[in-house]
Write a protein that binds this ligand. Structure first.
Ligand code: GDD
Ligand code: GTP
Length: 400
């Protein structure tokens, strides 16, 4: 039996997703029509024998309860939200809730960062991990550019055995172009390593001259620095390199990029979710508007027959799209209204926003450089050090 844990952090993070993370927790932001971590859940439920999904974070339970109830109903799998009393780091929560994760005796469990998006190769990871008898953790890894690798966990791997011989979290100088995707499969023996990290912290803080543990909490454990780094070179850490699509989802700009890729993946898994010029309305099927490429339209949205949508557009629940509207490479959230003849490009139109007639809402794409092999999304600051604005997608916040 297998389980999965999705790490979603909490309300103090996600600042780069503002204003979109102000009205809903960032992990529930809809990409290709589904809350971000629903794509993780869908990947997990496709794994045979995966019996339970635990969502781990420090958002108040009330913010996740409806979502969890919806997921249980939709996928008929055990799904629960476990709330950390404070931010415990990427492994502190796993250790704190170890009894919940171990209950039922799973042979292994996945750990997935909530803020990545991918064509997750989970079944392949199970087979790979099972084939490495000594493996405590298998990391999903991918190739990055030399320069971008510094923003990720970097892996040095034995080419023949796939063992991780050296691991550095966000190094300051180049280590390797093979990076950690934030997706793991772990054997339950890993809890001994978590316990060792916890005890080591306790000892260090106990010995701290100030006597107050330097304000640090022994329960805060980081998977990357406290677990993966010491495991590297011991014969128990492996990496499975994938060529599948993968990206971080840290900024609203990356949501547009993720939207396009998840829509494309629907062609393999859920063709029914893609609008075909005619799409499902609550009244049944009828021809609605011109569709180009991959487009998702929520059944409760209203789209004028003269509107033209796509490629790579998602329209949320209850949204109203007026006559002659043109939308491409954008996400329109629930309850938004876009009045006649407006144009929306590379933008996110927030919940309940109202775009008047003959408006141009135009952002700048911030896709990975297509001319650089293995380039990932850049997440540049709003302004360069010389004060120049870094153009990005456009976001319309919620109407008060
Ligand atoms: N439950 C919980 N509690 N989750 C947390 C906490 C915490 O205290 N802190 C972070 N997370 C979640 C975040 O929501 C995110 O999904 C994931 O853990 C990792 O977040 P960060 O700590 O911000 O790390 P990162 O994204 O900069 O880097 C990690 O992911 C990269 C791939 O995206 C590292 O694992 C890198 O090595 C890796 O390359
Ligand atoms: P994560 O997205 O969780 O990784 O947060 P971050 O702190 O790394 O994001 P970033 O460095 O991009 O943001 C720096 C600070 O700018 C944040 O801590 C916020 O206080 C602030 N900030 C970011 N976006 C907004 C915004 O839309 N409005 C306002 N008022 N402040 C913002």
């Amino acid at each position: 039996m297998l389980k999965a844990v999705i790490l979603i952090g909490g309300p103090l993070k996600g600042t780069r997703f503002r204003p979109l993370s102000l009205d809903i927790p960032k992990p529930l932001f809809p990409v290709a029509g589904l809350p971000m971590i629903q794509h993780h859940i869908e990947a997990c439920v496709r794994v045979p024998n995966l019996k339970e999904i635990l969502i781990l974070g420090y958002y108040p339970s009330s913010e996740l309860s409806q979502f969890v109830a919806d997921m249980v109903q939709e996928y008929k799998v055990n799904i629960r939200y476990l709330q950390e009393f404070t931010a415990l780091g990427t492994a502190g929560g796993l250790y704190h809730f170890r009894d919940q994760i171990r209950s039922g005796n799973p042979e292994a469990f996945f750990v997935l960062n909530g803020d990545v998006c991918a064509d997750f190769p989970l079944v392949e990871m199970v087979h790979f991990h099972q084939g490495k008898k000594a493996s405590l953790v298998t990391i999903m890894a991918t190739e990055a550019t030399r320069q971008q690798s510094l923003h990720y966990g970097c892996i040095v791997q034995d080419r023949d055995t796939s063992e991780v011989t050296h691991y550095v979290e966000k190094p300051s100088t180049f280590v390797s172009t093979l990076i950690n995707c934030g997706v793991y499969i772990c054997s339950t023996e890993i809890f001994q390593t978590f316990a060792a990290a916890f005890n080591k912290h306790q000892q260090e803080y106990y010995n701290d001259a100030s006597g107050n543990g330097n304000g640090k909490e022994a329960a805060i454990i980081y998977l990357e620095t406290d677990v993966l780094m010491p495991l590297a070179g011991t014969g128990s850490l492996f990496a499975l390199q994938t060529k599948n699509w993968w990206s971080q989802l840290k900024t609203a700009g990356s949501a547009i990029y993720a939207n396009r890729h998840y829509l494309e993946l629907y062609r393999s898994w859920h063709v029914d979710r893609l609008a075909q010029g005619e799409f499902k309305t609550e009244k049944g099927k009828e021809k609605k508007c011109t569709i180009i490429g991959d487009v998702y339209i929520h059944p409760s949205a209203t789209v004028d027959p003269t509107a033209m949508l796509g490629p790579n557009v998602s329209i949320g629940a209850g949204a109203v799209i007026g006559a002659g509207v043109r939308i491409r490479e954008s996400i329109v959230l629930s309850g938004a209204t876009i009045l006649d003849h407006s144009l929306v490009l590379y933008s996110i139109v927030g919940h309940g926003s109202h775009v008047g007639q003959w408006t141009r809402v135009e952002g700048t794409p911030c896709d990975p450089n297509p001319n650089k092999p293995f380039a990932k999304m850049e997440n540049p600051p709003l302004f360069n050090c010389d004060g120049r604005l870094n153009p990005s997608i456009t976001i319309l916040g919620e109407m008060p």
